[in-house]
Design a protein around this ligand. Structure first.
Ligand SMILES: [Ca+2]
Ligand SMILES: [Ca+2]
Length: 238
């Protein structure tokens, strides 16, 4: 399994010129994600958000490396025109094929509500859900809703793309906040975040993949793993 850390921790402090050089080097070394063609018109992805279940910023979460809430709606995410949710009703597999509550189909059924009955609950420890897009797609964004009825942080969130269901071929990590490598997928540099109705939007940079996998290892309220929905915004690969 290969790992790619896109930006080293020190890169943000480098001068503009040096940072650009580092990024150019990294881009050159990365395993050629599909590029946005010069003629592609960029527009906001057609993301529809569920109703918020709570207001304000939670104060009582003692989670290290926690991202400060933006305090306003997230900026629209731009992708080439025509990019759509390509995961709706697609087949879902999991490390826990017999969920404690709910069914795996709920991960891609389009119901993103925070209410009881709108999530699937997987067992404790490191678990994943894996979505089969049915064919190779250029993936621009992955949006995750674990559980957003109450403010909560899910641990060791790792999102990967791959060419095969077993995640042995062309595996790319597009998000990883497992900073101490508990999940043994490589240490990540992304931050912990509080679940909200906005979901977590992960930039997948147009990478070509048929399979999308999301890991977690319990949360700040209990050891279980939940999914309300995962949406993959992409387009069929040429
Ligand atoms: Ca759902
Ligand atoms: Ca960890």
């Amino acid at each position: 399994m290969t790992q790619h850390s896109i930006v080293p921790p020190g890169a943000a402090r480098a001068t503009g010129l040096a940072a650009a050089a580092v990024l150019t080097l990294l881009a050159g070394a990365a395993k050629a994600p599909a590029q946005v063609a010069a003629g592609d018109k960029l527009v906001p992805i057609p993301l529809q958000l569920p109703k918020p279940m709570f207001e304000g910023t939670p104060q009582n979460l003692s989670v290290p490396n926690l991202q400060k809430p933006l305090g306003r709606p997230r900026d629209p995410f731009l992708a080439p025109a025509g990019v759509a949710n390509v995961s709706k009703a697609k087949k879902v597999a999991s490390s826990d094929m017999e969920p404690v509550i709910g069914e795996l189909e709920q991960v891609t059924d389009g119901d993103k509500k925070g209410a009881e009955g709108s999530f699937v609950e997987l067992g404790p420890g490191l678990q994943h859900v894996t979505i089969d897009l049915g064919a190779a797609h250029e993936v621009f964004a992955v949006v995750l809703w674990h559980f957003h009825k109450t403010p909560r942080v899910y641990f060791d969130v790792v999102v990967q793309l791959a060419d095969d269901a077993a995640f042995t071929k062309n595996v790319r990590t597009v998000f990883n906040n497992d900073h101490d490598n508990t999940a043994k997928l490589g240490a990540g540099t992304d931050m912990n975040y509080v679940e909200t109705s906005e979901g977590k939007l992960v930039d997948a940079k147009g990478g070509k993949a048929r399979f999308v996998r999301a890991y977690s290892r319990g949360n700040s309220a209990n050891e279980l793993n939940h999914y309300v929905e995962v949406e993959v915004f992409g387009r069929p690969a040429k």
